[in-house]
Design a protein. Sequence first.
Length: 418
Amino acid sequence: MHKLAIVGGRPLAGDVRISGAKNACLPILAACLLADDEVTVGNVPHLRDITTTIELLGRMGVEVTVHEDMRVAVDPRPIREYSAPYDLVKTMRASILVLGPLVGRHGRADVSLPGGCAIGARPVDLHVAGLRAMGADVEIVDGYIRVRAKRLRGAHIVLDKVTVTGTENLMMAACLADGETVIENAAREPEVEDLAGFLNAMGARVAGAGTNRIIVQGVTRLHGAHYDVQPDRIETGTFLVAGAITGGRVRARRTAPQYLEAVLAKLRAAGATVTTGPDWVELDMGGRRPVAVDISTDPYPGFPTDMQAQFMALNCIADGVATITENIFENRFMHALELQRLGANIRIEGPTAVVVGVPRLRAAPVMATDLRASASLVLAALAAEGETIVDRIYHIDRGYECLEEKLRGLGADIRRLA
Ligand code: EPZ
């Protein structure tokens, strides 16, 4: 198990280059299955989840070539398998994203049920209901979602809940369906918009992505294309919090400030000076202690659940008391138990955590439980007195490219232990 050793107390300063968005790249790589030609995807982040997806596509017989600059060429034509096996899906539940493209392009898919994870049950009932509405036969048998359809037909789908990958799966399935599909109560996340941009680059006719009503006119085929993945807004937010929690000054480059409005508003409320340019965001904390800020997570454009753990770490050392309410997932406070080991004062009351800021955290061995929880432990360690050892950081490698190198570039005392 890889560990990270972090000596806290240093204000971070400098520039950090933001990578491509994991949660845009995953559906975009899956969407390559819809094409009748080779497609290339640029600005692909070098992450465990990406290599898992590339392995999944390879197992299907799809040809994937990774170029040195992390451009990925995908040729779906040699496909011979239409399934996503449990041994891969259990390591990355986003494998569910091959469901829509496989059924939309080939009329069949056998995808392992993703099962739950540390943060919640993670059901896929809305994915299944949408495919059934489009005329697919769906059975759940032996832990697999088995889907068959001659040709999907356009449907008017109303999603009971806002689901990001549910919206993405149904949008992809609708591209080659017969007729028009309307997805109401669609997720509005920027990653959904990025996927729609890629689909349209391949000749799809998707309108309304980024709003809660997406309309897809089915076409007969999708051709090849090149597309660059948008910057990762959650990685950006994580590094800005790293600047805030250490009282430093961090500029995130090659990012998209327009996708971070809710997060930037909370950083300003915490006392940071935040300035933005077309593709950069600078946070300057000026050595000040952050002010406690209340957080309540919501679907985009509300405050992102993927930034909740990072702001809990910030509130741990803030001046004042803050409440953090997690409205998206039922068990996304695992990091609170580990933060308490560093001296944090946190009380969990159902979906709400009450955080009483303390002047200083103190180093202790802690353990990562999920991707964003591990990020919050690294952030807290950057502010804690002494050397903190963060264990099970394979969670981090799933979603952050070269985290310790990027943090070292900002002046952090951080190293990976075998
Ligand atoms: C996506 O997960 C992201 N993952 C998550 O990021 C993110 O936290 C989440 O959206 C919310 O923004 C990817 O994009 C790969 P949902 P997803 O379906 O699509 C319920 C990270 O850290 N629901 O939007 O799986 C569900 O239980 C990860 O990068 C159903 O009830 O999340 C949850 O309460 C973690 N039935 C809510 O909807 C369904 O069929 C939102 O889940 C689907 C979802």
